[in-house]
Design a protein around this ligand. Structure first.
Ligand code: GTP
Ligand code: SPV
Ligand code: MN
Length: 599
């Protein structure tokens, strides 16, 4: 059936589509890229097994120790292709201002010409895979679909884990008639010939020259954040770089929390939190709904309802251990693709922070030299695994209606100034808190690590349109009848005078979540300050923690002079957006700045 719409001399698997627009696009792409073969992916087990066998055969995947890690593999990427490339990522809107100063911009005609030249003939000798996928539960009104065309079997295997991929997604696409078009080729994996282009007005993505997750699994950051944020703005919802978790208290009541932290700043870890021992004994539980992306929209009762558009985790491996994140470790014991981790002598995956064993090979496959001072795993080494394998996977995670959100949390890596937690006064203040977020850069993107930058709502690399319009969109949710979540800010990464983290983090972060939910239910105390409500040390349960006096005063303190300087700098940031920046945010900043300087 598929062969009839392809004028090319190519071998095509059956399936094809009932949707002329999809068939036509696949044919146009094939004419441009000239693949030897077209494979429509149905998402079946047999298709997955064939892909894996093929990749084992050509060395793309190395089978791991099947006794300790059944059906799990190591993929070693090209050494220059290990992270997102923000400097090569563009938002191509007709009007430059629609992309905003927060994005790299290129005119759509110029970008199309550039990409057409790169894609021309690039799939000669290769198979072109057509991947219909659904972001979110297949039956959810909040879900959205796309089709990714790629020449990378590694991408197909990862998309099968990360999305609802195949026949069911195709059926929904045929019913709806609309889908996001993503075209990807690994090209020559040449950093000089690499671009990640977004055309939000055309619901189109074009990615060339990288096989790395965020650049190549187009359902993830490209669709579910950059394109979806654009769609969400016009349709009245939010597409956010947030984890979603449920906290069940000893009375059996569950509150859901969504939290935006920048890349490699703790979303996966918080989403899979295991309560500290005392809390476990009392009956506290944490349920994982999502670890990276959250789509939210107001329900009939005025509350925000959230779904996780993803079906798997593409998580940071280094630092994951039995002590820090036992749930993640349990999740990746089988049916997992590891990318750029090290290997032990007996073929088990290994990364820094896992345990005390000494690995035999580093992520490039070279013999590991423990005296060379280089890590065995790449700092941005990742695992791809189905979310259903996670022991804390929430029974509500695949609910078509989503979960109601009680609290929104912003946070980043801030060595100084920012206390452990504070609460915004109201929604407008909360939007300003998100807009003002800053964090130190991490290995999730190429470039320097540890540099402070502004990363509003953890969306600096992911917002598909002008931040000023984005903040205005956030403000617009404050409507009569809305039951908006409370907004908080956290900082797990405050350092002491010895340069070490002052807060133990990980499971103990539940102590902070408990305080937040106490605020939501009107039970917990705090001190009002110009930056918001800050708990005193006695307002948060710290039993069993050995916090130093410095930790207590700094984590629960408020540094007026430091915040004065922070708010002065914030004015400059808001001004970068000129008239487009909503007055309400400027007024909110002015009000707090005045309070701060009034002393
Ligand atoms: P992306 O997948 O890139 O979006 O990252 P993420 O936000 O999910 O980050 P993740 O949870 O994978 O954490 C990244 C790093 O931060 C890991 O090395 C963790 O060990 C470390 N980390 C996470 N939570 C904490 C914490 O509470 N305290 C400290 N000190 N480190 C943490
Ligand atoms: C991130 O960098 O925020 C990630 C990994 O979650 S990627 O899919 O590469 O964006
Ligand atoms: Mn992320």
């Amino acid at each position: 059936m598929a062969a009839q719409f392809s004028p090319l001399e190519v071998e095509t698997t059956a399936m094809g589509s009932q949707l002329d627009a999809l068939n036509q696009w696949v044919m146009d792409v094939a004419l441009l890229t000239q693949p030897d073969r077209i494979q429509w992916c149905d998402g079946s087990d047999s298709e997955f097994a064939e892909l894996i066998a093929q990749m084992e055969g050509d060395g793309t995947l190395l089978p791991l120790n099947q006794e300790t890690h059944p059906r799990s593999w190591l993929h070693r990427s090209h050494p220059d292709d290990v992270a997102r490339v923000e400097h090569l990522t563009f938002v191509c809107t007709t009007d430059r201002d629609d992309a905003g100063p927060n994005n790299h911009w290129m005119a759509p005609t110029e970008a199309h010409a550039k990409m057409d030249a790169l894609f021309a003939g690039c799939m000669r000798g290769r198979t072109m895979y057509v991947i219909p996928y659904c972001m979110g539960p297949i039956d959810s009104p909040l879900s959205r679909c796309g089709v990714e065309i790629t020449d990378s079997p590694y991408v197909v295997a990862n998309m099968r884990i990360m999305t609802r991929m195949g026949a069911a997604a195709l059926a929904r696409i045929e019913r709806e008639g609309q889908f996001v078009r993503g075209l990807h080729s690994i090209g020559e994996l040449d950093p000089e010939r690499r671009f990640i282009m977004h055309f939000p007005e055309e619901l189109t993505i074009q990615s060339y020259g990288s096989g790395y997750g965020g650049n190549a699994l187009l359902g993830k950051k490209c669709h579910a954040l950059r394109i979806a944020s654009h769609q969400a703005r016009s349709e009245g919802w939010l597409a956010e770089h947030m984890l979603i978790l449920g906290v069940e208290n000893p009375q059996g009541r569950t509150h859901y929390i969504a939290a935006a932290f920048p890349s490699a700043c703790g979303k996966t870890n918080l989403a899979m939190l295991i309560p500290p021992e005392g809390y476990r004994t009392e009956g506290w539980k944490v349920w994982t709904v999502g670890d990276d992306i959250c789509w939210m929209r107001p329900g009939a009762d005025g509350r925000l309802y959230a779904i996780n558009p993803e079906a798997g985790f593409f998580g940071v491996a280094p630092g994951t251990s039995e002590a820090s994140n036992p749930n993640a470790l349990a999740t990746v014991q089988r049916d997992t693709i590891f990318t750029n981790v090290g290997l032990t002598q007996d073929n088990q995956p290994w990364w820094e922070g896992l345990d005390k064993r000494v690995p035999a090979f580093d992520w490039r496959g070279d013999a590991y030299d423990c005296n060379a001072g280089k890590p065995a795993a790449h700092p941005n080494a990742r695992f791809t695994v189905s979310a259903r394998q996670c022991p804390s996977w929430s029974p509500k995670a695949e609910d078509a209606q989503g979960v109601p959100i009680s609290a929104i949390v912003f946070g980043g890596r801030r060595a100084s100034l920012v206390p452990l937690v504070f609460e915004a006064r109201d929604w407008t203040h909360g939007v300003l808190v998100g807009a003002a977020m800053g964090s130190e850069t991490t290995a999730a993107a190429t470039g320097a690590v540890g540099v402070m930058r502004r990363d509003p709502m953890a969306m600096k690399p992911f917002c598909g349109y002008n931040f000023a319009d984005y903040f205005a969109h956030w403000l617009s949710f404050d409507q009569p009848g809305a039951q908006l979540p409370k907004v908080f800010h956290v900082n797990w990464f405050r350092k002491g005078s010895d340069g070490k983290f002052l807060w133990p983090g990980f499971g103990d972060n539940l102590r902070v979540l408990e305080w937040m939910l106490g605020r939501v239910e009107g039970q917990a105390d705090a001190e009002a300050t110009p930056i918001g409500a800050v708990p005193r040390a006695e307002d948060v349960r710290l039993d069993g923690l050995a916090l130093t006096d410095e930790a207590r005063s700094v984590l629960f303190g408020f540094d007026r002079d430091g915040w004065n300087a922070e708010f002065a700098a914030l004015e400059g940031f808001l001004d970068e957006f000129g008239d487009r920046m909503p007055d309400a945010l400027r007024e909110e900043r002015n009000r707090i700045a005045a309070e701060l300087s009034a002393g």
